[in-house]
Design a protein around this ligand. Structure first.
Ligand SMILES: *[C@@H]1O[C@H](CO)[C@@H](O)[C@H](O)[C@H]1NC(C)=O
Length: 286
């Protein structure tokens, strides 16, 4: 923090742009991981239907494929009914496309913005600092993206846990008519692999941390932090006032505490007196 302030006082944006540019590159990379692991996903689950009374119609390996964007209710699959050669067409349950697409959309836009910002930092530095407009816009956009990463990652994490439920082979078996008949045996052969989607959630929250942390570095570029134009100068004093109030409150607390202690002391004293007072009043009555 001190070294950062020193850098500002030297006025070397060349040096300062390093952490900012480096974080932007990380953001760019992490955004790729986030949308690639989510948007590129396809998985498969397998269940078996063993018709005890009609072995010929059994199917011991029914594969059900699904993929991003997880419109599971549109995915149909055929399973034996265990009545001759009859089969039934079923659909998985649930539509998680809104959360998944929201997440991937944020990731793609974050990817584009961090790439663009890195280019601007490096090649259009003067334009960026002109009128302080660059840092100002950069700051607002970074705050918005941090919020969006948090919201979309949370939504996607929730949707993923729902997708896991909906594609659990044990849950899917409950949809099959044949499995409701006691004489047939249904089983789960293979669960979908989740490592890629789990990774996408982790990268979603990592991106949130990265963007939220970057708010500080972008803020340092704005004139709010540097005490630039007067119309922006209102922010830092308000912030200082906040810390001052806190300190005051803290001081008041530390002043209050002795009072609290003395109050307790009074109580103790009173309780010390009362045994004495009792006998005294008793003796007075005597
Ligand atoms: C079992 O189901 C799969 C679909 O998952 C199908 O491709 C395969 O032909 C079926 N096997 C039999 C023996 O019906």
């Amino acid at each position: 923090m001190e070294s950062a302030n020193q850098l500002v006082s030297i006025g070397t944006f060349q040096v300062l742009k390093l952490p900012l540019g480096f974080i932007r590159l990380l953001e760019w990379l992490f955004a790729i991981f986030a949308f690639a692991t989510c948007g590129g996903y396809s998985g498969q689950l397998r269940v078996s239907v063993d018709c005890q009374l009609d072995k010929a119609s059994s199917n011991l390996s029914i594969g059900i494929d699904f993929a991003y964007p997880f419109r599971l209710h549109q995915l149909s699959f055929e399973v034996p009914l265990c009545e001759g050669r009859k089969r039934e067409r079923l659909f998985l349950v649930g539509d998680y496309s809104s959360s998944a697409e929201f997440f991937v959309t944020i990731a793609v836009f974050a990817f584009l913005y961090s790439l663009m910002a890195t280019i601007v930092y490096i090649f259009f530095q003067n334009k960026y600092r002109e009128n302080n407009r660059g840092p100002f816009i950069d700051f607002i956009v970074t705050v918005v993206f941090s919020f969006m990463w948090l919201v979309s990652s949370s939504a996607w994490a929730k949707a993923l846990s729902d997708v896991k439920m909906a594609t659990d082979p044990d849950e899917v078996q409950d949809l099959l008519s044949a499995c409701k008949v006691m004489t047939n045996k249904c089983g789960s052969v293979q669960e979908p692999r989740w490592s890629s989607l789990n990774t996408s959630v982790v990268f979603g929250f990592l991106n949130f941390v990265l963007w939220a942390g970057n708010i500080w570095f972008v803020f340092k570029e704005t004139s709010w932090h540097k005490g630039g134009p007067a119309r922006f100068a209102a922010a830092p004093p308000a912030k200082k006032g906040g810390t001052f109030d806190q300190q005051q409150a803290y001081n008041q607390d530390s002043f209050d505490q002795p009072g609290g202690y003395s109050g307790q002391g009074d109580l103790e004293q009173a309780s010390e007196y009362s045994p004495v007072g009792g006998p005294t009043s008793y003796s007075n009555q005597m």
